[in-house]
Design a protein. Structure first.
Length: 276
């Protein structure tokens, strides 16, 4: 009920046509450490969202939810104003914003394992995340289709632990999440290991959607501002991330798709994956 009143207050703020300062409730997944650090109200994605709205004079408040429940909020618009990290293609009827390509899956191994092409995965003991075969394209799907040692689990911390223990040879995971857990385990019990990030996949864009068109427009404008000012670069550096490819998709056209006819890019020099 409290969240519902908050969301309603934000809606009323925009209803009069003047974009006055509002508190925007953001759904925060509990399962994407590094991107969202629950109870610290921080993280790479959270800091980006907060900075974009702050550039337009708005504040954000987190609404914590399990990662699996994010899409369920689409049908219950009383609890959050905006929802991050939705897979592209989900029909939702909410208003899409300009995409950021933050998530980037790698094939991650201990040192000494040679992987240079997708076909090298056919005989390896692999642990991925649920839905990876449908998410990472036909070449990956074909490479692991007949591999009896291919499994998927939801727990990313367990993925990293099983790799360090030698129970699997390869994990398929996002580089920022993996670097965060490696650093966490190192601090927790001194566990250390040389790992290699094999770049076999393209970075992936996820949808950040808002209930109201005005909120989506404010986020887009704020995102452009922090990209131009260097604030987005600073957030990326804070979490040990740098990109050779553009972080931002082109702005959206009238149909809600990236307008690639005049597409300013934003990127920085490449750097190896790493944690903060």
């Amino acid at each position: 009920m409290v969240a519902a009143r908050c969301c309603l207050a934000a809606a009323l703020t925009f209803a009069a046509g003047g974009l006055r300062a509002a508190e925007v409730v953001i759904a925060v997944p509990l399962s994407l450490q590094a991107y969202f650090l629950p109870f610290a109200d921080s993280g790479l994605a959270y800091d980006t969202i907060r900075a974009a709205f702050a550039a337009r004079g708005h504040t954000v408040r987190p609404f914590y939810v399990s990662g699996r429940s994010l899409s369920s909020l689409i049908s219950d618009d009383s609890r959050a104003d905006c929802i991050p990290m939705l897979r592209p293609g989900i029909e939702h009827g909410w208003h899409r914003t300009r995409r950021t390509r933050l998530l980037h899956d790698f094939a991650i191994t201990r040192s000494g394992v040679q992987l240079s092409r997708m076909e090298d995965l056919k005989t390896r003991r692999i642990l991925a995340y649920p839905g990876a075969t449908g998410y990472l394209g036909e070449r990956f799907r074909a490479a692991v289709r007949d591999n009896p040692n291919y499994r998927e689990i939801y727990n990313h911390r367990a993925q990293v632990l099983l790799l360090l223990q030698g129970s699997v040879e390869v994990i398929i995971a996002d580089r920022i999440l993996t670097a965060w857990y490696l650093n966490y385990l190192r601090k927790e019990d001194g566990r250390n290991a040389d790992v290699v990030f094999h770049d076999l996949f393209e970075p992936v864009a996820h949808d950040f959607v808002c209930r109201r068109a005005e909120l989506a427009a404010e986020y887009n404008a704020g995102l452009a501002e922090i990209a131009a000012s260097g604030a987005l670069d600073e957030i990326l550096r804070r979490y040990g991330v740098a990109y050779a490819d553009p972080v931002l998709d082109p702005p959206l056209d009238d149909s809600g798709e990236p307008d690639r006819t005049n597409s300013p890019t934003h990127g920085s020099a490449s750097a190896p994956p790493g944690g903060s």
